[in-house]
Design a protein around this ligand. Structure first.
Ligand code: GRF
Length: 204
C-alpha cells in the first residue's frame, strides 16, 4: 500500500534534488508531497524552486548564530510541520541528536559518493583524487555520524580519465536525482526496513 507522505526538505543551495522531488510529484512518480522547505542560507535558489511550486518555505539562518540556537529553531519548525519524512537535499549541516531522535527512522540524506567511501565535504573531489574508477551516490538514513547511516540505495557512475571534480559532479547529480526519487517511492510504498546496519527492500 502506498502512503502519501508529507515531506519536509532541508536545503542550503541550488536545490536540484528538491526539484527532482517536486517534478516526481507533479509527474505522479511519487504520491508524497513536499509540504515545507527549510533553508539555512538566505537567498538559496532552492527557496525559489519551492515558491514556484507553491510549497511553503522559510529561511532559518545558521550564520552568525550559536549552533544550539539554530538547531533549536530548526527543531521547532520541524515539530510544527510534523512531517512523515525529512529529506536532507544539499543541506550542508550535520543534524544534532536532538533532531535525529525526534524523528527516528524518518530522516534521509543524499550524498554524492558511494558511502562509506568519501563522506563529508567535496566527495566528488575526494573520488577524483583517490583515482577510483567507479563513483556514485547514496541515499541513506541519517544517524548521529557524518554520512554514516544505513544505506537505502546507491547508484554508480564510471569515472572518466579526464574527469575533474566538476565534470564528475555534473554526471553524479543526474544519478542523485534518480536515486532520491526512487528511495522516496520505496519508502512511501512501505517497502523499506532497517535491519541492524542493513536496509532491506521488500519486493512489492
Ligand atoms: C548534491 O551533490 C548533494 O548530494 C550534496 O550537495 C549537492 C546539492 O545539490 N549533498 P542540490 O542543491 O540538490 O542541487
Amino acid at each position: 500500500m502506498t502512503t502519501s507522505l508529507r515531506i519536509a526538505v532541508l536545503v542550503s543551495g541550488r536545490g536540484s534534488n528538491l526539484q527532482a522531488l517536486l517534478d516526481a510529484q507533479t509527474q505522479g512518480v511519487i504520491t508524497s508531497r513536499v509540504t515545507r522547505v527549510i533553508s539555512n542560507k538566505e537567498g538559496a535558489y532552492a527557496l525559489e524552486r519551492a515558491k514556484i511550486s507553491g510549497v511553503a518555505c522559510e529561511t532559518i539562518p545558521s550564520r552568525g548564530k550559536d549552533a544550539d540556537v539554530f538547531y533549536a529553531e530548526v527543531l521547532t519548525a520541524l515539530k510544527k510541520e510534523s512531517p512523515d519524512l525529512i529529506v536532507l537535499a544539499g543541506f550542508m549541516k550535520i543534524l544534532p541528536v536532538s533532531i535525529i531522535d525526534s524523528f527516528p527512522g524518518r530522516i534521509i540524506n543524499i550524498h554524492p559518493s558511494l558511502l562509506p567511501a568519501f563522506p563529508g565535504l567535496h566527495a566528488q573531489q575526494q573520488a577524483v583524487t583517490a583515482g577510483v574508477k567507479v563513483a556514485g551516490c547514496t541515499v541513506h538514513f541519517v544517524d548521529k555520524g557524518c554520512d554514516t547511516g544505513p544505506i537505502i540505495l546507491q547508484k554508480t557512475e564510471p569515472v572518466r580519465d579526464d574527469d575533474t571534480a566538476a565534470t564528475l559532479a555534473e554526471r553524479l547529480l543526474a544519478r542523485e536525482h534518480e536515486v532520491l526519487v526512487e528511495a522516496v517511492r520505496l519508502i512511501e510504498q512501505g517497502r523499506v526496513a532497517v535491519v541492524g546496519r542493513r536496509v532491506v527492500i521488500r519486493s512489492s
